[in-house]
Design a protein around this ligand. Structure first.
Ligand SMILES: Cc1cc2nc3c(=O)[nH]c(=O)nc-3n(C[C@H](O)[C@H](O)[C@H](O)COP(=O)(O)OP(=O)(O)OC[C@H]3O[C@@H](n4cnc5c(N)ncnc54)[C@H](O)[C@@H]3O)c2cc1C
Length: 864
């Protein structure tokens, strides 16, 4: 065993072996994988070995597609077979709602390069004759599904990595991790200590315990999972003989089961409602190649439906039931990337579908470690996406909820109840008393909308407009015509201070920093010129003679942004103390008042001049509001005249009561987050993680006026200048949609009657960082449209899929259904009617670009 290496990968399951292989392939060969026992000693050896590409997050879906196409490569390099069976598979819908869900998934596939197809139950039965097709209303066919040998695949990765120069040490547990002042990790093992620059946690069932070695409680939990294998079945053998094909994989949402052929019989697995965590607090280190006791009673309800839907299987004898544990994060997606607050400590764990995702996880992580950037939009699996609130008990409740709902529909207006409320503001009870329907915003209870008095404050979940439609309309109209108040505690808030604060922010942000008492809006981009943040920044008065900036951003991105800020702080040496960053989280909360009467209202609560001249649009002041010390921004996300008022939590009730009392004479209403999002739509304002994501350049995102290329040398300046001079390929645009009773939700395809190929049909996935494709060649930029024309359903006569929706909904004040999305730049200013259609739940609806925002296009109202 070497004593010094560049990186140690802990864990020899499928994920650790994939990470090792991808690191070696990217050129880091001085690396070592350390495994406690033999390879596959966690959950990898007893997996059912199924793989598929479908995922709720299109970016994760793309990485799953990459994983599947990787298997041939590692087989060739290692000489080890993965026993790949690319059978294809179907997802069966038993209700119209589930069919809507499949239509959505199929529509997304149009620009993701996926070749799915909607088929009838009879067509599905022809490929899997054991089913009773009368239980279903439709199905979706995906050719990129199948199964493989889990152990063979893990060994294939490991052999391929070894061929490229990586070392694997078996039967050697990592017992401790410590870090030297210079950042070197001491990886203390049963066989001695290895010094490493980087450590990767691929501990699978023990990932949580490895996290604890460095003081981190990762939000990951193992669940018991069962599948059964039948005796050989004559029907299966007959099908194979008569068709010359293997039976396909079938996913039955209603039964919460998946099934496929295994040898001459059938494998059938369940995600049962009565699910059970395994080792919820500590994972025993002596757990080896073991299986858990099967519990047939637990899966009986699923089996009952399964046998009804697939009567052919009921007749077969059960040969074996496998029960084994594997891990999940709160949302079922992996935890990947560098852990905020630590240096060179990486995660690739909570991979619940190692044989669909392991390759993509390995590729993204190795890009990140070698190039400083994952090369893809990996937000959906970034370890930074959960906050401190996701502790052990929260994780336990949420993972159980997620497991039991694995095959349930998540409606766009559906809030899930487990582990809530976690964080609340002082106004929580008041908002409940006001009949608020609350939502979870990064662990914080936030009012979404207010149900009318006497009505139960509850969403009726649906893909269509629902019971919140009327009340949200009321909130919007009252705010736009008079004045409204809403809680905005769910924004991220930071203070950056110190003598180096301004230089630091100027280096990170694309816009100039504001003068004292002023506010700017600014994107943040990475060195590849892609959007990684969007902030409101105010310069506060100096404290102890030092500069002080207040920053507001996306709540969900707090750890993601802190990781970036920390990475770029002046490190050791004399400048190290020049910049300090403080993340407030819920130690600073807020209220926003908006609407034409908001100034009159605020005037009653303050003792300073807030006239148009004294307190201008985009001004920032510290002032007492209702007697409480507050910070006030003259800006609101509604795009009206309005204010954001920030205070310590101890003052929030006082300020809210003062606003309510003073607002009575102006007709003040409470409005929730959904009304706020509706109002931003009619101003064409983007949102972070929807319109703005790391796959888009700032000019593509139509953020042109916030990019000051001439100001100073900021991170990504060169790439942004290139994007500007070459002209962005895509543009973010707003649409009016001629919708019926359902508005867009995001990820719908945009069709245009253009008759020619714009070459941007496939959504960009990689974002410019050097990365390696499956042939080992370095790829730069998006592989947009490569092979896209082969995808079924993107061309229809003169119509073509030219882009995708990022978000939208109903804009209540202008009374129009609206959508935002990306289209080729050449089409972005064409407001012609009849040019675009947006596919909503399988129906193409006419849409028209609106270049100017329909509400207050000149911005006069917010400047008044
Ligand atoms: C019954 C069942 C069916 C499944 N079916 C499928 C399926 O059909 N398709 C699919 O894609 N996935 C399936 N899975 C899930 C799949 O098994 C996991 O996604 C995958 O195994 C995760 O791999 P991993 O490498 O992250 O973790 P693991 O396989 O748990 O590997 C972690 C490794 O780390 C080692 N380790 C831990 N701590 C240390 C330490 N301190 N020092 C040294 N080594 C350490 C362990 O010994 C272990 O070998 C199934 C799982 C089960 C249980």
């Amino acid at each position: 065993m070497k004593s010094h290496v560049k990186a140690v990968v802990i864990g020899g399951g499928v994920v650790g072996c994939s990470v090792l292989y991808h690191l070696a392939k990217a050129g880091w060969t001085d690396i070592m994988l350390i495994e406690r026992s033999e390879l596959t000693s966690g959950s990898s050896w007893h997996a059912a070995g199924g793989f598929h590409t479908l995922n709720g997050d299109p970016n994760v879906a793309k990485l799953q597609a990459y994983t599947v196409q990787l298997y041939k490569e590692i087989e060739e390099l290692s000489g080890q077979s993965c026993s790949l069976h690319l059978t294809g598979g179907v997802m069966m819908a038993d209700t119209p709602e589930r069919m809507d869900f499949l239509r959505l998934a199929h529509a997304k596939g149009r620009y993701l390069g996926m070749d799915t197809e909607l088929i009838t139950p009879s067509e599905a039965k022809a490929m899997f004759p054991l089913m009773d097709e009368t239980n279903f209303v439709g199905a979706m066919w995906d050719p990129v599904e199948g199964h493989l040998d889990p152990s063979g695949t893990t060994i294939a990765y490991s052999k391929a990595a070894k061929k490229l120069g990586a070392e694997i040490v078996l039967r050697n547990r990592v017992v401790e991790l410590t870090q030297e002042v210079d950042g070197t990790w001491n990886v203390v093992t049963e066989q001695g200590t290895v010094k490493a620059e980087h450590v990767v946690n691929c501990g699978g069932l023990w990932a949580r315990e490895i996290g604890r070695m460095v003081g981190v409680e990762l939000p990951v939990l193992a669940m018991e999972h069962m599948y059964l294998l039948t005796e050989p079945m004559p029907e299966v053998e007959e099908f194979n003989k008569s068709t010359g094909r293997e039976m396909i994989g079938v996913l039955d949402f209603k039964g919460e089961i998946y099934t496929r052929q295994e040898r001459n019989g059938i494998l059938l697995g369940t995600y049962e409602k009565a699910c059970k965590p395994w080792s919820p607090v500590n994972t025993p280190w002596d757990f080896g190649h073991e299986l858990l006791q099967p519990d047939i009673d637990r899966i009986a309800p699923s089996l009952e439906i399964g046998f009804k839907h697939f009567p052919g299987i009921e007749k077969a004898g059960i040969k074996q039931i496998i029960n084994g544990p594997f891990t999940f994060a709160l949302d079922g997606n992996p935890l990947v990337g560098p852990v905020q607050g630590l240096t060179n400590f990486w995660c690739a764990c909570a991979v619940m579908a190692g044989f669909s995702q392991g390759g993509g996880v390995g590729l993204a992580l190795s890009n990140w470690m070698v190039n400083g950037d994952p090369g893809f939009d990996v937000w959906g699996m970034d370890v930074a996406r959960f906050g401190e609130w996701a502790g052990l008990r929260y994780t336990n409740a949420k993972v159980r909820e997620n497991y039991s709902r694995r095959f349930s529909i998540r409606f766009p207006n559906e809030e899930l109840p487990a582990a809530r409320p976690a964080q609340t503001t002082p106004l929580y009870d008041t908002m409940l008393a006001n009949n608020a329907v609350m939502g979870d915003s990064w662990g914080l209870e936030t009012p979404l909308w207010f149900a009318p008095k006497g009505k139960e404050p509850k969403d009726i979940v649906s893909f269509h407009r629902s019971n919140d439609f009327g009340p949200i309309g009321e909130e919007v109209r009252a705010t736009r015509d008079k004045v409204g108040v809403t809680e905005i505690a769910n924004f991220a808030k930071y203070e950056v201070s110190g003598p180096g604060a301004e230089d630091f922010l100027n280096r990170l942000m694309t816009n100039r920093m504001p003068k004292t008492g002023r506010i700017v809006l600014t994107p943040m981009i990475n060195e590849f010129g892609k959007l990684i943040g969007d902030f409101t920044i105010a310069k506060a008065g100096p404290r102890d003679g030092e500069d002080r900036f207040m920053i507001w951003g996306s709540s969900a991105a707090q750890k993601y942004h802190m990781r970036w800020f920390e990475k770029h702080l002046p490190k050791n040496g004399p400048r190290a103390s020049e910049v300090r960053i403080h993340r407030f989280d819920q130690t600073l909360v807020g209220l926003s008042i908006a609407g034409p009467k908001s100034r009159d209202l605020l005037r009653k609560l303050v003792d300073v001049d807030i006239s148009t001249k004294a307190f201008r649009f985009m001004d920032f002041r510290e002032m007492a509001v209702g007697g409480a010390p507050c910070m006030v921004n003259r800006i609101t996300y509604t795009g009206d005249l309005g204010y954001e008022i920030w205070m310590a939590p101890a003052y929030q009730r006082l300020v809210y009561k003062a606003i309510k009392d003073a607002g009575e004479e102006f007709g003040l209403v409470d409005f929730g987050m959904r009304a706020l999002l509706s109002m931003r739509l009619e101003k064409n304002f983007p949102t972070w993680f929807r319109e703005l994501r790391p796959i888009y350049g700032p000019f593509e995102g139509s953020m042109d006026r916030f990019i000051k290329l001439e100001k100073n040398d900021f991170i990504g300046r060169e790439a942004a200048a290139k994007e500007q001079s070459e002209g962005p390929k895509l543009r973010r645009v707003s649409f009016f949609v001629d919708a019926a009773d359902a508005d867009v939700m995001g990820d719908e395809p945009i069709w245009a009657k253009v008759g020619k190929d714009y070459g941007t049909v496939e959504k960009p996935h990689g974002y410019g960082a050097p990365r390696f494709d499956t042939s080992g060649q370095e790829v730069r930029g998006s592989k947009a449209a490569q092979g896209a024309s082969a995808v079924r359903g993107i061309v229809d006569g003169d119509w073509r899929v030219v882009g995708w929706v990022t978000s939208g909904g109903y804009a209540h004040y202008v009374q129009k259904s609206m959508a935002q999305g990306y289209v080729p730049a050449a089409l972005a200013e064409d407001e012609s009617a009849g040019l675009f259609e947006i596919e909503i739940l399988g129906h193409r609806r006419p849409a028209r670009i609106n270049v100017e925002p329909p509400f207050d296009p000149s911005g006069e109202k917010m400047r008044t």
